[in-house]
Design a protein around this ligand. Structure first.
Ligand SMILES: *Cc1c(COP(=O)(O)O)cnc(C)c1O
Ligand SMILES: [Zn+2]
Length: 426
């Protein structure tokens, strides 16, 4: 496989491919380094064919993922990687949404169509597979919600024990959709940053694979598959712009990295996409830093309906900021009301019902369009990371409906004669 070692993002110190995540010399984050030179020896077309001939899930991109055993086969030691296949989610052309926003070409990447209904299945697939390779028996995580669902489900599929730590005030849907898998679920009285601190302490003392702590370098690489998929679904072409939500900033930076890797290898050509980050105003440390032109500094205390994005102290915030600036993009924040409007706009123009994080992303796209930041000729991809059924409170009370007796007369008086219900729709 192409993976070679871990390297510090800051001082470039080299480390072996173990359960390590922070540099001993400078405390910088570690990331995975590859040597792809052998991959393109047979030419770009052959590599494209090899990808297209792969399984209908993220393992078609195994050459670009940090696993040391070759691509997964139907049998043998690698079968574990197909335990709960993630990825190959729809990329939907959204002409009605584009028209509403005065844009020409908008695509919705619907990552709610993953096994546990969020993009987290990509990162957990990779972390869990690497945890198996490293011989761990237990996987664990500090979660804002979707990661909890995914870790619990993947542990069940692989027959591993799991511990899942969540903030105690999480949406009920996400708590229920985690516990059902038979994980050891721990609700911590505090916010995500408290949960994360506790997990960091525990990871130093327990022989567990915390997917987003000590396995973070491997976990983060899973997000690159979103970029690969978008490129492949566009016929091995790059979009002009991507709008992506930011919590820790990992997804945002890794999508950009995925596009850059494929362009460096010649799998796609042209300019790299402009990257626009999306945060909720109630937790927007990275958007604030972008607006002020400074670095991400003091942690913020989250207060927003977008709980899956509520990280007040984002580990990859500085790198997300750098990526947005270098690509000519921005990082914007939207209010809770704009988030609700974003959920409704996406649902009513595309038929895709997203959770609050997708409301954030859609609202930021609307904001960029209104501000004139997007040239009408651009091909824009809106990355929808999670499912609306997990955050039902966000839409409760946002529309009316009528309840009637089963008679035509009641239908006429209560529905047809009331203008709000008699409209033709548009
Ligand atoms: C976790 C999550 C994100 C962002 O993740 P980061 O990589 O931490 O920035 C976005 N959307 C949803 C729905 C999530 O659960
Ligand atoms: Zn270092």
């Amino acid at each position: 496989m192409a993976v070679s070692n871990l390297q510090c993002r800051e001082c470039k110190a080299q480390y072996p491919l173990d359960a390590l995540y922070v540099c001993e010399r400078c405390f910088g984050p570690l990331e995975v380094i590859y040597d792809h030179s052998r991959l393109v020896e047979g030419g770009v077309n052959e590599l494209r064919r090899r990808i297209q001939g792969g399984p209908q899930n993220i393992w078609r991109y195994a050459d670009f993922l940090p696993l040391v055993d070759g691509p997964p086969g139907p049998s043998g030691r690698l079968a574990s990687r197909t335990g709960l296949p993630a990825g190959c989610t729809p990329l939907i052309r959204a002409d009605r949404l584009a028209k509403r926003l005065g844009l020409r070409e908008v695509w919705v990447k619907n990552d709610a169509a993953n096994p546990t209904h969020s993009f987290k299945d990509r990162v957990v697939s990779v972390a869990a597979a690497r945890a198996r390779e490293l011989g761990f028996q237990v996987i664990a995580c500090a979660s804002t919600g979707n990661l909890a669902n995914s870790v619990a489900a993947h542990a069940a599929a692989l027959g591993l024990d799991s511990y899942v730590f969540i903030p105690a005030d999480l949406e009920e849907q996400k708590v229920l959709a985690t516990g059902v898998y038979g994980t050891k679920l721990v609700a911590v009285k505090g916010n995500y940053d408290d949960v994360n601190r506790l997990c960091t302490e525990l990871s130093a003392e327990r022989d567990w694979a915390f997917v987003n702590v000590n396995l973070r370098p491997y976990y983060a690489e899973g997000s690159k598959t979103l970029a690969y998929e978008i490129s492949e679904q566009l016929g091995f072409e790059l979009p002009d712009r991507c709008v992506v939500p930011i919590a820790s900033g990992s997804l945002f930076t890794k999508i950009a990295k995925g596009f850059a890797e494929w362009r460096d290898l010649g799998l796609v050509d042209g300019e790299l996409p402009t990257m626009n980050g999306a945060q909720a105003q109630g937790c927007s440390p990275v958007a604030n830093a972008f607006a002020s032109g400074h670095e991400v500094c003091r942690p913020v205390k989250p207060d927003t309906i977008a709980k899956s994005l509520a990280i007040g102290n984002p580990a990859d915030g500085p790198y997300a900021l750098e990526e947005a600036r270098c690509s000519g993009g921005s990082i914007d924040a939207v209010s809770d009301d704009e988030i609700r409007a974003g959920i409704a706009l996406l649902a009513q123009t595309t038929g895709v019902f997203t959770e609050t994080a997708g409301g954030v992303t859609t609202a930021v796209l609307a904001k960029l369009a209104a501000r004139g930041d997007i040239d009408p000729s651009e091909r824009v991809v809106l990355v929808i990371t999670g499912e609306g059924l997990k955050t039902l409170d966000a839409v409760r009370g946002t529309f009316e409906y009528s309840e009637i007796d089963p008679t035509v007369e009641q239908f006429q008086t209560h529905v047809e004669r009331i203008p709000a219900f008699a409209g033709t729709g548009s």
